[in-house]
Design a protein around this ligand. Sequence first.
Ligand code: ADP
Ligand code: ADP
Length: 233
Amino acid sequence: MIVFDEVRKSYQVGGRDIPALRPTSMTIETGEVFGIVGHSGAGKSTLIRLINKLEPVSGGRILIEGEDITGYSAAELRAFRRKVGMIFQHFNLLSSKTVADNIAFPMKLAGIYSKTEIRERVEELLARVSLSDHANKYPSQLSGGQKQRVGIARALACRPTVLLCDEATSALDPQTTQSVLKLLADINKELGLTIVLITHEMDVVRRVCDRVAVMDAGRVVEMGPVSEVFLHP
Ligand code: ADP
Ligand code: ADP
């Protein structure tokens, strides 16, 4: 469960305070697929960057599985980072590393896994995302959908409990989008992983999300089951 308790965020730009997230309280349940929609600049990226602590909050608290993450020390933060995976619109793969090494990278950074553990985990993840035959290729040799499947495998490497997706299908064609969404839905069901996804594509929300929040100008203006939020007259 991810709890936002009166969380707010502003950025300092040239001595001015730019509010990106107005005080927000909400709960994302464990195991759900939670969508965030809204116009550009509404605060969607800010909201998920607060969940993985890429940005500090300006006020309030965020609790993940009952733990307040806002005051974490550097050491606590390192352990916490493994619990939250993230995938991106433009995949953010390392072009000089092979598919297998991209997936292994977060495990190596973590510094707590043996070579054997890493090799076995990478093999398991390659199979899960149907890329076992592409382990030694480089990102430039892959299609967009394959690159995002590498991104998903890398995000899962350290067995996170939360997966954050920032416009993860926006750079993909409709057919590839369907297959990536199917993979995310399968992962959600099989691993019980909580997925928080930002998208501007309503079809994505309808296909995979349990609940959705609509953001506007730094506020969550509507939140609820997808059928209720989008079938209102
Ligand atoms: P969205 O993801 O919905 O497009 P963002 O969370 O990126 O919205 O942005 C929300 C607001 O915060 C916008 O006004 C944006 O310009 C501002 N903002 C976002 N990131 C920064 C930053 N690093 N520095 C200053 N302002 C930022
Ligand atoms: P190092 O950088 O330590 O020399 P390697 O470059 O041999 O290690 O491999 C990087 C990591 O990715 C290793 O932990 C290895 O187990 C894993 N790995 C590399 N290639 C594959 C593959 N084809 N299948 C599964 N795991 C692989």
